[in-house]
Design a protein around this ligand. Structure first.
Ligand code: BGC
Length: 829
């Protein structure tokens, strides 16, 4: 086979005309948003709303809907369909234009003041830091007056993003006084009110209990560029809601187990002690029996479903056959069936129930049924024993709970395991260096709960099924068998490279005028986050382009080409001249790159629809191919450990199975387009944004493996993503980027990861305890975007013998293997 490098064009279009891919991609984004909206409340038949109704629309999100979060996860789409527009498109009349116009003026002033504040700060500090740590707070609206409408809608919006955590204060987790007043007035003036929550993360909703006339609550999340249309689809009944929560919505913030210690809450952003251990999200609320507002997995529909368990079988995998029938009369709809497992009380303390499988039906017409078979390996039910470094199933009875939310599931089968089964033998990783005072439930309480649960199972007529695992082999990991690349051809290329080439390939590509940072922005594709080095171009190793996600592809909307060279404004200039290149006049011939802004990660997950996520991935892959991007810096899959994490919107869930499954589906979609790959991030325990480069996540190995690594493990095993991005934080005192235990032992040796691992951007810039050589030793192959000092560091350590050339060569071999999989080559047999 011969491989030749294709000539790289200037990507994008010279015309602003709508390109062929845009309409179908927008339609897909609209569908995904429609399916990710969660109907939290619907009383007195408030929804759907008859076509032609007159609506009084209020709230910051009416015309300034938040389509996604800020920072690297932002996307520069052609336009956003806001809620006002979406309602008009659907044929509704909006009666509150005066309020909306008045709010628009307030909003524009606030935006300008925010921009100027950042530019002012940027005189003293780095622009990106000033930008990313200055969240924009949505301003309050004016007072509300009565209009001639059948119903009022209030849209509550919050922006959050990279670099800063949220606050449990008014204006963020809580309503501002003016918002509270507006809602009070709306409920006084209008008989029927719909509350729409347009936030990436959770907010306090207790205010809604005070007003009986808030008949419906829709969680719109942050829905991407088609959000207004998607919301109108749901309001009109054109799309019947089928989204379900992927987090637990507590009654109040203080109910979350780490509420008072999370991030800035205890004044210590250097050390984050994960003392709740495995009790994260619903695992905590369920096990400690703390009442919640909306259970994990909860979401209403306009129709009703009956869920009947047909059969449960168990062997090396558990299979639950479930019949779902649409018992309503008016609407077709989709339902999500969730299977939870409760484990017996034994030597390891376990959460009461754990999600082990789920599936979504197709669109069922009234009266129609579908049989879903939900299968999962018994490994999903296993717990990690730190004392023996084993994944095991203790002997006893495992309850299989089936339903359409955690709260509404019933024990339908009891799997009886006579003898303890060790499923996998690994080695201990990431040792704790500090004492942790782990949250725990006294054994007698756990036994009482377990017995009550079994009693409920018996009451339901749950069948006892023997779980015979005698035929299942125990997997034993051989850590000595170091991972070696499989392609001789690649090894040959890399063997022919000299040490300087290896060093340069280990970091991003230098671009003129970018100061000490090498490839802090891609040069071949404007707006991309970076690209790899051309150091071995002559040997046929291309520089591949890496661009952000996860809410679409983040590229610059406009750039210019003059004298055959790409001209693009700096991030700062494009910010100043029109908030990220909208309206920016490029030098030379203008080129346009319009990407589709899809719903944020947490909203995609709320669809619980792996097929739909995979289709969304295909669409992203097509745009990557179109714009010359090889690696998408997404999906983000950190766990929602606390609702105040500034980047929760990018991540899927508080549950690792949901995170892993969604990331796998997304990866399958993206990687079905030849030459395109995902980058699952941020590996691992990046659960807070304040002091994100320096905070140390201190946690037990059990919590690390069962909660924080689990999603990555699932995604890697099920979808073979092309790359992983390590996180900025430390894990038990070691920078994630320099952590051999997670990068090599867990990802490669245990789970068989065969792609490239890269750092998050500028990871090695912050202190001497995280170095480029440390990355190479850990098996972290690529320092992004890289600095000249990283090269110096590797040269020095190679000379001193603290970095072995074979380690560096191994990293570069993995990188080159991914480069050769890119779409930049033409191959002939
Ligand atoms: C973010 C990453 C992102 C990278 C490149 C970093 O600041 O943490 O998620 O992919 O920048 O833009």
């Amino acid at each position: 086979m011969t491989r030749t490098l294709k000539k790289r064009p200037f990507y994008g279009s010279q015309s602003q005309e709508i390109a062929a891919y845009e309409a179908p991609h927008r339609a897909a984004a609209r569908k995904a948003a429609g399916e990710g909206i969660v109907l939290l409340k619907n009383e007195k038949q408030t929804l759907p709303l008859a076509k032609g109704s007159r609506i009084a629309l209020y709230g910051p999100g009416a015309t300034h809907m938040i389509k996604g979060g800020t920072g690297s996860g932002d996307v520069n789409e052609r336009e956003v369909v806001n809620i006002y527009q979406g309602l008009l498109n659907a044929g509704y009349t909006v009666t509150s234009r005066d309020w909306i116009d008045a709010y628009d003026r307030i909003y524009t002033d606030a935006r300008i003041a925010w921009r100027d504040g950042i530019l002012e700060r940027a005189k003293e500090e780095e622009f990106f830091i000033a930008y990313s740590t200055s969240p924009f707070f949505v301003p309050d609206g004016p007072d509300v007056e009565k209009t001639d409408a059948d119903i009022a809608i209030y849209v509550l919006s919050r922006v959050a993003g990279e670099g800063a955590d949220r606050f449990n204060e008014k204006g963020d987790f809580y309503l501002t006084d003016q918002e509270a007043k507006n809602i009070r007035d709306i409920c006084r003036l209008y008989e029927k009110v719909i509350l729409v929550i347009n936030t990436g993360g959770l907010v306090d909703l207790s205010f809604a209990d005070q007003y009986e006339n808030i008949g419906a609550i829709l969680y719109l999340v942050q829905p991407g560029m088609e959000g207004g249309n998607a919301l109108a689809d749901v309001i009109s009944g054109q799309a019947v809601p089928s989204g379900k929560m992927t987090d637990t919505w507590a009654d109040k913030y203080e109910d979350y187990p780490n509420a008072m210690t999370f991030s800035h809450m205890n004044g210590n952003v250097d050390q984050e002690k994960y003392e709740e251990g495995i009790y994260v999200g619903y695992r905590y609320f369920d096990s400690f029996q703390v009442p919640v507002r909306y259970s994990f997995g909860f979401g209403l529909s306009y129709t009703d479903f009956q869920i009947e368990t047909v059969k449960v079988t168990a062997g090396s995998e558990v299979a639950a056959e479930v019949k779902v029938t649409n018992t309503g009369k008016l609407y077709s709809g989709k339902e999500v069936v969730q299977v939870y497992v409760s484990a017996p009380v034994g030597k390891l303390e376990k959460e009461s129930r754990r999600l082990c499988g789920f599936a979504k039906t197709g669109l069922l017409a009234p009266g129609e049924s579908e049989i879903l078979t939900i299968r999962f390996p018994v490994y999903r039910m296993a717990s990690y024993d730190e004392s023996s470094a084993e994944w095991l199933l203790e002997r006893g009875t495992y309850g299989v709970w089936i339903g359409n939310s955690l709260a509404d599931s019933r024990m339908e089968a009891m799997l009886v395991l006579e003898e303890e089964k060790i499923l996998s033998r690994v080695k201990n990783i990431c040792p704790l260096r500090e004492e942790l005072n782990l949250l725990s439930i006294p054994e007698e309480k756990r036994i009482a709960r377990y017995e009550a649960d079994l009693e409920s199972g018996r009451g339901n007529g749950a069948a006892e099924i023997p779980l015979d695992l005698s035929g299942v082999e125990t997997e034993v990991i051989d850590y000595e068998a170091a991972y070696e690349p499989e392609y001789d051809e690649v090894a040959q290329i890399v063997n022919g490279l000299d040490t300087e080439q290896l060093i340069r390939l280990a970091t991003g590509e230098p671009a003129k005028g970018q100061g000490s940072n090498l490839g802090s922005a891609g040069v071949s594709v404007p707006g991309s986050a970076g690209e790899t080095s051309t150091a071995a171009f002559e040997q046929g190793v291309a520089n591949i382009v890496l661009a952000d996600g996860p809410a679409g592809l983040r590229l610059m909307q406009t750039y210019g080409v003059k004298d055959g060279v790409i001209r693009m404004p700096s991030f700062e200039a494009s910010f100043e001249h029109g908030f990220f290149s909208q309206g920016f006049q490029a030098e030379g011939t203008p080129y346009y790159q319009y990407c589709t802004a899809i719903p944020v990660g947490t909203m995609l997950a709320k669809t619980w629809n792996e097929k739909l996520i995979e289709e969304t991935g295909v669409m992203i892959g097509e745009e990557m191919e179109h714009f010359g991007v090889t690696l998408w810096l997404a999906p983000g899959m950190n766990i929602h450990r606390n609702p105040l994490c500034g980047r929760n919107f990018e991540y899927y869930s508080e549950d690792p199975l949901v995170s892993g499954k969604m990331a796998a589906a997304m990866t399958k979609g993206v990687q079905s387009v030849p030459g395109c790959g995902t980058t699952i991030k941020h590996f691992a325990c990046n659960n807070q944004e304040d002091n994100r480069m320096g905070s140390d996540s201190i946690l037990s190995e059990r919590a690390l493996r069962e909660i924080y690594l689990k999603g990555f493990e699932i995604a890697i095993r099920e979808s073979r993503p092309m790359s992983i991005m390590t996180s900025y934080n430390l894990i038990n005192g070691i920078h994630a980027a320099n952590c051999r235990d997670t990068c090599t032992a867990a990802a490669r040796q245990e789970w068989g990861f065969d792609g490239v691992i890269m750092t998050d951007w500028t990871t090695t810039e912050h202190g001497e305890d995280c170095t480029a050589s440390g990355c190479m030793r850990a098996g972290n192959d690529l320092v992004m975007p890289g600095q000249f000092s990283d090269h110096d560091n590797m040269r020095k350590e190679l000379e001193q013998g603290t970095l072995k050339e074979e380690d560096l060569r191994r990293c570069i071999t993995r990188l080159v293997r991914v480069v050769l999989r890119s779409g930049l080559y033409e191959t002939t047999e």
